[in-house]
Write a protein that binds this ligand. Structure first.
Ligand SMILES: [Fe+2]
Ligand SMILES: [Fe+2]
Length: 280
């Protein structure tokens, strides 16, 4: 019997989440110019626990707001509707997977902290190389937020078998995506890309999630894949306090390929390090 393709294995073994209804509703509203920030904020406010999470994320240091947002309507006005949509997506996904807290050694908070930081890095990098990439900084922000979502989807469906794999990666200091593929025949990049595709996100976003751990040929030829995979590496290094190593990720070739201003890199890294509060 021929080996099954990762996509078929995923469909057979995992339940792929649907795009949260509130995000579907906001996406449709954004396309209609008669809807303003107040109308869109009001939709978020209808779901009180979700609105509380959105405010917590919106008020985190990352968004650098001068005033504290006290309502979803205010957050919508201050952040702008497209960034608000990303924040609502993050809040809704966190809410959807809150039951995974029962796996006490699965560091969900740490993973969301990492994803928010990568989203921040993607947004800042995208602003610098907008002429080289075909999607907007807020879509790059979404790539960062969702790049590791496959881990949550895998744990949700595979339970303790996935936890064994997750623990081994920590204990043996081996790449989680490599262990996942060895154990299940697919990894969190395959799953994340399938989720993004299922949610009708742009193909560029799907590819950036699929290839954020390589292989090298994809990283080297697609500027959006390069941007997201390098943002991921930079954030891992900065989180470990390795500032020089994080700087080294942006080597000559990457700087030229993305068209980044070399002189602005220290400032860029400093603003990425300005990481937000945990968004649990
Ligand atoms: Fe990853
Ligand atoms: Fe990551």
């Amino acid at each position: 019997m021929p080996a099954q393709r990762p996509k078929d294995l995923i469909r057979k073994n995992l339940s792929i989440p649907t795009l949260p209804a509130v995000v579907q509703r906001i996406s449709a509203m954004i396309e209609d110019p008669t809807n303003g920030t107040a109308e869109i904020g009001a939709v978020v406010a209808l779901d009180a626990p979700l609105a509380a999470k959105v405010l917590r994320i919106a008020n985190s240091a990352y968004y650098g707001l001068n005033q504290r947002c006290l309502s979803a309507e205010q957050a919508s006005a201050v952040l702008g509707v497209r960034v608000l949509k990303n924040v609502v997506t993050q809040a809704a996904v966190i809410q959807n997977y809150s039951h995974l807290e029962k796996y006490s050694d699965f560091d969900a908070d740490g993973m969301w902290r990492h994803s928010t930081m990568v989203a921040h890095a993607c947004h800042l990098l995208a602003q610098q190389c907008s002429s080289r990439i075909s999607i907007t900084p807020s879509e790059c922000h979404m790539c960062g937020l969702l790049h590791d979502i496959g881990k949550f989807v895998m744990l949700d469906s595979l339970g303790s078998a996935y936890m064994d794999c997750y623990r081994s990666s920590k204990e043996l200091d081996l790449a989680l995506n490599v262990l996942e593929t060895a154990e299940f025949g697919f990894n969190h990049t395959d799953v994340g890309a399938l989720v993004a595709n299922h949610w009708n996100l742009p193909l560029e976003v799907v590819n950036a999630i699929q290839y954020h751990h390589g292989p090298r040929e994809h990283v080297a030829y697609d500027p959006i894949v390069t941007l997201v995979s390098q943002a991921n590496l930079i954030c891992h290094r900065l989180a470990n306090g390795e500032f020089d190593e994080a700087r080294a990720v942006l080597d000559e070739e990457t700087i030229r390929f993305l068209g980044i201003d070399e002189g602005g890199i220290p400032e860029l890294l400093a603003s990425i390090t300005d990481s937000p509060e945990p968004a649990e």
